[in-house]
Design a protein around this ligand. Sequence first.
Ligand SMILES: Cc1ncc(COP(=O)(O)O)c(C=O)c1O
Length: 301
Amino acid sequence: MRYVFDQGEILDESKVSVSIRNKGLNYGLGCFEGIRAYWNEYQKQLFIFRIWDHYKRLNESGNSLHIQVPYTPIQLIKWTIQLLRQNNVREDVYIRPMCFKGANTLRPDLTDPFNRVTIYCTAFEYKPKPALKVCVSSWSRTGNNMIPPQAKSTGNYLNSGLATTDALLNGFDEAIFLTDEGNVSEGPGENIFIVKNNRLITPPISDNILAGITRDTVIQIAKNHLFLSVSEHSLSRTELYSADEVFFTGTAIEIKPIINIDHRKIGKGIEGDLTKKIRFHYENIVRGNNPHYLSYCTPVY
Ligand SMILES: Cc1ncc(COP(=O)(O)O)c(C=O)c1O
């Protein structure tokens, strides 16, 4: 996809560059989003899922980090639609907006006012397995007094990268972080849910998670369509092992069952019934096929 957005302009990607001196690159001083748009073949329409919520979160991330985004969510939505149109996207696509320190200076302070915004879109290359075998990581989730975990900051993904790499090198598909206190937190790029006795439980924001937009959609599906009780409370590692079902949620991974944790079978060792039902609703909603959720689906054409 040839065109990208850079500082208020849509340009051919070959015209865009970042200096090796760039401060955002050198020190991980940036925040970003991951947004998906889904192609609906029947309607010949591309729907961007919860774009408003993503750009609102980008602005909030920027505020927490002293990396203020120099555009409003409305302006960014307009640019994104224009970018998708200019690339003539007619397939599922992943959109990556980023706001990072634009100066080419030393010292990792955040006082410099130049915050550069870029957006690119790409066909989604990362294809996770349909069901995951995961481990609890020896790396803790970054705490609130280290890097704000509710801000989606580029620097914080070194924490994610270390956990994911260890998991892969040890033969697992993905990792689960605990907090320093030992509560279940989230995956390196996903939120986590368990099902226990027909109740859905997910860690609270205070357990150092990113307030996931997919997580929020799943809570709505569980309450509105499956009439399940949903609670947000701290979970111990043992509650993971004894859960009936466990699954990850996230824009990239969508809804993905976890069938094994630390070599222990979860439930029957296959995708659970409630996970499957939630996944079914989610896949319908994001593609613009559920009239109750059309306000979440922004048409591009
Ligand atoms: C650390 C982390 N947690 C959770 C999520 C899931 O968030 P969302 O559902 O908004 O994509 C992501 C993905 O953005 C993430 O990077």
